[in-house]
Design a protein. Structure first.
Length: 164
């Protein structure tokens, strides 16, 4: 796929995977769904669901995860919060070469332009937070979120990116 085609897929994912509401209970259920899928894939990840006010409503790290994963989740969350799109979406936009991360966001110490951050978008409200994953390659981190949000929202037909 070309970068332009990948961007279209990412735009479709973000358009399709919107919530009608999102509560702390939803965060618990979705977070656990992500953990169960990571177990099924035998992938030791860290996952966090954070609201835009900075409150973390769900977080779990498998044995073997550490502060590095926590830092990557913080940076991916910052990227989603700032851009209101997935961190993979910005990664693909930057691959077009029209601008740099520093021009759009600021220092790499605060933001990550890798897959693994996905917006929690409420229909007719907007982005209220982010789901972030760290522990696999960044495409797999992104795909894990997309698969689990699709399942949680009972949406069967969501285009996915499995390799770049």
């Amino acid at each position: 796929m070309t970068i332009e085609e990948l961007l279209k897929v990412l735009e479709m994912q973000e358009e399709i995977l919107q919530f009608s509401h999102f509560t702390n209970g939803d965060a618990w259920e979705l977070g656990n769904l992500i953990v169960v899928e990571a177990i099924r894939r035998n992938r030791p990840i860290a996952v966090s669901i954070r609201l835009n006010n900075g409150y973390t409503v769900f977080q779990y790290g498998f044995d073997g995860t550490n502060l590095y994963h926590d830092e990557m989740m913080r940076r991916k969350y910052n990227t989603v919060k700032f851009t209101e799109q997935s961190s993979m979406h910005l990664h693909m936009q930057l691959r077009l070469g029209e601008s740099t991360q520093e021009e759009i966001l600021g220092p790499q110490s605060e933001y990550a332009t890798l897959g693994g951050g996905f917006p929690i978008r409420i229909e007719e409200v907007g982005v209220i937070g982010a789901i972030v994953v760290s522990g696999q390659d960044h495409v797999s981190d992104h795909d894990l979120i997309v698969k689990c949000v699709s399942k949680y929202l009972h949406v069967d037909e969501v285009p996915r990116i499995r390799a770049i």
